[in-house]
Design a protein around this ligand. Structure first.
Ligand SMILES: [Zn+2]
Length: 505
């Protein structure tokens, strides 16, 4: 199995200075390469009199994102109008017997190799790191053409660089630390809390800078495999989770995971505002401004780590609760859209609650639901438990007892069914509606527009680093009724006291 392991580096000041210098050069290198491709695209070599280094052609459309025949000048050079590059060898593939144009990235890599003989800043950097830098730009273009992402940007800061597989070597492995060899940097000590002896091979490694600290992210091959996912007949219990802002998670067994509001609590949000204000007071381009930037970066890094650790604990608690996890198929991106402006018809605008909505958006983003879901999916995959997605429509308004759906059922934290009088904490109720939906069976002829619409059981697809198992096998026959927790117990009001996660609840 391929897994990504992250370690904090205990690099010395010299090494840190070197890596920082590398990042500056690599940023310029990438921006230069991007600019070069853009110039190639824009000028299109129409003018045969102009001296050109490489030959490019225009075979793509940036608006419709269509590449014609794979000859886009941004990714592949093509001769047009008989323009011969000043140095033909560099634009040709040398290895093959047939004459072929090389790809843009390969040409730029060749140019980079020449630069390494001329410039000290480039010769200091390991050749594979420079190549990886160009390949990263290629990935950015692939994301633009094929995966609907934005056009590659010019970077203001670059915070990471890559080593290709087999470059980074583990030198010494001790109980709580290890020494790795990074080509061009040297031997670097790192904190270790994993069993490094079990590594079969080290794949791509990334060095990252975050909040003034340095990290090594390793993709490694380990002998352990993920267990086979339990089939529906083996599942004895399901836990439904409802994520929210008030309580981070409400579980269908009546317990809660509190929202600690990592960045939006009063103390921290005030501190962040103060740090931000301090930056804006400093003179542009001064050393003090840089220091202020470093200070806020460190604060934000620490907060991110705090949230990360808390979400791991929450995910672990949820996955341990039952044999399967049911959650809503939320579209978080749509939930944090800004409030639409309201026109008053006289050329002005009415109040639209934009300030309140932006505050809510901040609170939602602070929860990091998507991150929590990813952690739950990973922990569930590691213990062979399925994660089931259900339609989130009206999950907070529907009565789990009589299925009466009404907006007035809910008032604040309380849920009171206007039809049958069922009462419950609103979030716990929502999680129980979710757990009911997991077990719901619908006739096959129901009109299905979106995967999440039919209330049929949907498996979560988690993206494993490479070659992950398909998680679809358990749900091919959709007409199986999942055995649930005894639902009658849910009709009794839960009188357990909710406490902060970590203590017994
Ligand atoms: Zn009811």
């Amino acid at each position: 199995m391929l897994v990504r392991w992250n370690f904090k580096l205990k690099s010395c000041q010299l090494q840190q200075a070197k890596m920082s210098q590398w990042l500056i050069t690599l940023k310029k290198h990438r921006n230069y390469a991007l600019r070069e491709r853009e110039i190639g695209y824009n000028t299109n070599n129409q003018n045969a009199d102009e001296p050109v280094n490489y030959a490019w052609g225009s075979y793509c459309d940036l608006k419709t994102r269509v590449e014609y025949g794979g000859y886009c000048p941004l990714t592949c050079p093509v001769l047009k109008h008989g323009v011969i590059p000043t140095d033909l060898n560099i634009a040709l593939k040398t290895s093959s017997s047939v004459i072929k144009w090389d790809s843009a990235s390969n040409i730029q890599i060749k140019v980079t190799t020449r630069l390494r003989h001329k410039l000290k800043h480039f010769s200091d950097i390991s050749a594979v790191v420079l190549q990886g830098n160009i390949l990263k730009l290629d990935t950015a273009f692939t994301n633009f053409w094929r995966h609907g992402q934005g056009f590659p940007r010019y970077l203001r800061t670059l915070n990471s660089f890559n080593y290709s597989p087999g470059q980074v070597k583990l030198k010494t492995i001790k109980d709580n630390y290890a020494i790795v060899y990074l080509p061009g940097i040297g031997n670097v000590k790192m904190h270790n809390s994993r069993d490094l002896t079990s590594i079969q091979s080290v794949r791509t490694c990334t060095i990252k800078r975050a909040g003034g600290y340095w990290f090594l992210s390793m993709l490694v091959q380990i002998p352990q495999e993920l267990p086979k996912e339990k089939s529906i007949s083996q599942i004895k219990s399901v836990v439904g989770i409802d994520v929210g802002v008030n309580k981070l998670v409400a579980l269908s067994d009546g317990s809660f995971v509190e929202n600690i509001r990592v960045t939006t609590n009063i103390k921290t949000s005030r501190r962040l505002t103060m740090r931000q204000r301090a930056i804006s007071r400093k003179r542009q381009g001064s050393q003090n401004k840089n220091k202020a930037y470093a200070r806020i970066a460190r604060t934000q890094h620490k907060l991110a780590q705090h949230r990360d650790g808390y979400n791991w604990q929450a995910a672990s608690k949820i996955v341990k609760t039952a044999d399967a996890v049911g959650r809503e198929d939320l579209n978080i991106k749509n939930m944090v859209k800004r409030a639409k402006p309201k026109r008053d018809g006289k050329g002005g605008y009415k109040r639209n609650g934009a300030s309140r909505k932006s505050g809510l958006n901040k609170a939602i983003l602070d929860c990091a639901w998507g991150d929590l879901f990813a952690k739950i999916a990973w922990l569930a995959a590691k213990s062979g438990k399925p994660v089931i997605l259900v339609n989130p429509k009206h999950s907070s308004q529907e009565c789990p007892q009589c299925r009466h759906t009404d907006k007035s059922n809910r008032s604040g934290e309380k849920f009171l069914c206007t039809n049958c009088g069922y009462t419950q904490h609103a979030d716990t109720k929502a999680s129980r509606t979710i757990v009911k939906r997991v077990g719901l069976v619908f006739p096959k002829n129901i009109k299905k527009t979106l995967p999440g619409d039919s209330r049929k059981v949907m498996p979560v697809k988690i993206s494993l680093p490479m070659g992950g198992e398909s998680r679809n096998h358990a749900y091919e026959s959709l007409n199986i009724q999942l055995s649930l927790f005894d639902l009658t117990q849910y009709t009794v009001a839960d009188n357990r006291i909710s406490k902060r996660y970590g203590k017994t609840s």
